[in-house]
Design a protein around this ligand. Structure first.
Ligand SMILES: [Zn+2]
Length: 364
């Protein structure tokens, strides 16, 4: 197979070939031309995605997990960083037609301090380092902990862990060669997590100038999941018994685009994640790219955060000679706006071509 187009991020018109599922910049004889014009973008990354959590809640079965992964692929998301799944999705590694999943094992939380039955719930926080090390061995280089959640006894967001135990737990993960990320909505859990050396924060809606500065010092990454944060007003509406919490959630939502813009301007590395699964449908990577482009990132930076920069962060190649042929072909520059992003002409995964979406009818 042969393609010609503008290859990102280099922005040059190039010819590339695909043979045996791998990219080649050397001509392949008798190759059929798939496209002679277009934009060729390294496979998109949903860096916060839950394959295995059913939309509406609960555990997905194998067929359901496969269906979720197919939806991600068709949207161009070919590399998924799982941010905690209640089921073992390792069987997906044998499905070459499905995106690559980088697993984080199961969420680690405390009783009544996260979505029920999703994570491992520790009665005693002193078990955290051992459980983190166990999940580090179970995952693909990431561990996910729940950093804060509503504490119904106080009626507001509160950290789940003491600062000292976080430091021990994150050190334990690093000894296993794994990186750690945390779910965090509010302000109070942030200093403990960042100072403990956490590698990434999910959501991070409570970031302030001070904690953004701490992230910059520690090199902590941020995955804001804006399409999920936009559900905060609904969460607040349903939390009638907890007015302080509801007001807090509304406030976090109101300023989230400024928060992300401030973090980006300060130099915090930002990556796209949709939080698909549970309350967000799969296949919304274009929505998140578009949302980041409305939160202080240029359209080029927002695409980079969902493609080549995220791939580099996760240790996966872009469009390189000898790399797996995982890329998305667009008819028009995907940095030109929402319509272009929504209508990839082709999705190529491990050298296999999947049809994109017709820009007019929306059909594949
Ligand atoms: Zn999530």
């Amino acid at each position: 197979m042969h393609l010609r187009g503008v290859v990102l991020p280099g922005d040059e018109v190039r010819d590339l070939w695909v043979r045996d599922g791998v990219i080649s910049f050397e001509p392949v004889r008798d190759a059929e031309t798939l496209c002679a014009t277009g934009w060729i973008v390294p496979g998109l990354v949903d860096a916060h995605c839950h394959v295995g959590i059913r939309y509406g809640g609960g555990h997905e079965d194998r067929d359901g997990a496969i269906a979720q992964a197919e939806v991600e692929r068709d949207a161009g998301a070919l590399l998924l960083r799982d941010a905690g799944s209640p089921i073992d999705t390792r069987f997906i590694d044998d499905h070459h037609e499905l995106p690559k999943i980088i697993r984080a094992g199961r969420h680690i939380a405390r009783p009544k301090r996260y979505i029920r039955e999703l994570g491992i719930e520790l009665d005693d926080e002193r078990d955290l380092p051992d459980i983190v090390a166990e999940q580090a061995r179970f995952g693909d280089g990431w561990v996910k902990i729940v950093g804060d959640w509503i504490d119904r006894s106080v009626g507001d967001l509160r950290p789940l862990w003491s600062d000292a135990i976080l430091k021990e737990a994150i050190d334990a993960a690093h000894r296993e060669g794994a990186r750690v990320t945390a779910h965090v909505f509010g302000e109070d859990a942030l200093p403990g997590l960042i100072n403990a050396g956490i590698d990434c924060l999910e959501h991070g809606t409570g970031l302030t100038d001070d904690t953004i500065e701490m992230m910059v010092e520690h090199g902590t990454a941020l995955v804001p999941t804006l399409v999920n944060i936009d559900t905060f007003p609904d969460i607040a509406d349903s939390a009638t018994k907890f007015p302080v919490y509801a007001a807090h959630m509304r406030d976090l939502h109101r300023r989230v685009r400024d928060t992300v813009a401030n973090a980006h301007a300060a130099g915090v590395p930002i990556y796209t994640g949709t939080d698909a699964g549970g309350s967000i449908r799969h296949g919304r990577i274009a929505d998140e790219i578009d949302a980041l482009a409305g939160a202080g990132l240029s359209r080029h930076e927002a695409l980079a955060a969902a493609s080549w920069r995220a791939r580099e962060w996760l240790g996966r190649p872009g469009i390189e000679d000898g790399a797996p042929a995982d890329f998305v072909v667009y008819r028009t520059d995907p940095r030109s706006g929402r319509d272009a992003l929504d209508a990839p002409a082709y999705v190529v995964l491990r050298g296999r071509v999947y049809p994109g979406r017709d820009p007019v009818t929306g059909h594949r």
